[in-house]
Design a protein. Structure first.
Length: 261
């Protein structure tokens, strides 16, 4: 991991675009994705940040847009769901959704038969298949074997990404970096400097994209090597950092606070 906390720049007035992962970044992980909840305080903070940035705020997440809207209800933000396979480019706009291919559905059925009764949650997210092993970490290796073996049976264009407590199978075009680039070409993001907070392997592509654009990449609770140039200790610290740097009214803007390595 790069260690450049002493080089943290001041926050230029009003020219930031903020991209946020959700699980492990804004919310603590749980054994089941549906076991998390969003506090009123977090909703209010995100609403305030969106106003402060004139709308240049978007979720970049592996969750589906429908799942995020349910979790954060009634708050709706711009969002790239399923690692960029789904988009809502305006908070109140149309959702560009993604369906579950037949071959992925058949594979999910097979994996559920073997693992679903063993405290492993198999999450079907359209063209993305996620196997959560947080409640059964001893089965992570087996879950990884199953999805890697499935690559030979699926059409070309899929990849496997191993995470902190699970593994996912997804199309190659599912990439957080591509989702960030798409937003950066649109108002109100265009012309701004991107900031991206994430916590997992699937966020590394987003860190690379933000670094290439001269932005700020931040990994929450980093484990091992990362492309992120800065680190934050945990979810609570990430939310506090967002509050300190983006949560104040525009006329009370504070400099970008130092990050830890």
């Amino acid at each position: 991991m790069n260690s450049q906390a002493d080089l943290t720049p001041p926050l230029p007035e009003g020219r930031w675009a903020l991209f946020l992962d959700i699980d492990g970044t804004l919310l603590e992980h749980a054994a089941h994705p549906d076991a998390v909840s969003v506090s009123k305080e977090l909703r209010v903070l995100l609403e305030r940040i969106e106003r402060r940035l004139d709308g240049a705020l978007a979720f970049i997440t592996g969750r589906s847009i429908a799942a995020v809207d349910h979790l954060f209800d009634p708050l709706k933000l711009r969002i790239a769901g399923l690692y960029g396979l789904e988009h809502r480019l305006l908070p109140d706009g149309k959702i560009e959704a993604a369906d579950e291919p037949a071959d992925m559905a058949a594979l999910a059925d097979e994996i559920e038969l073997e693992l679903a009764s063993k405290a492993v949650y198999v999450e079907r997210k359209g063209p993305v298949l996620a196997i959560h092993t947080r409640a059964a970490p001893q089965l992570l290796a087996r879950a990884t074997e199953l999805v890697e073996a499935a690559l030979a049976r699926l059409p070309q264009g899929y990849r496997v990404i191993a995470g902190n407590a699970g593994v996912e199978l997804m199309p190659l075009e599912a990439a957080k970096g591509a989702a960030i680039r798409r937003f950066m070409q649109l108002d109100p993001f265009t012309g701004r400097r991107p900031v991206f907070l994430g916590d997992d392997t699937s966020d590394e592509n987003g860190f690379d994209t933000v670094n290439a654009a001269g932005g700020i990449s931040i990994r929450v609770k980093p484990q091992g090597e990362t492309a992120a140039r800065f680190a934050i200790e945990d979810v609570a610290s990430a939310i506090a950092w967002l509050e300190a740097n983006f949560g104040a009214p525009a006329d009370e803007a504070s400099p970008l606070r130092a990050l830890t390595a």
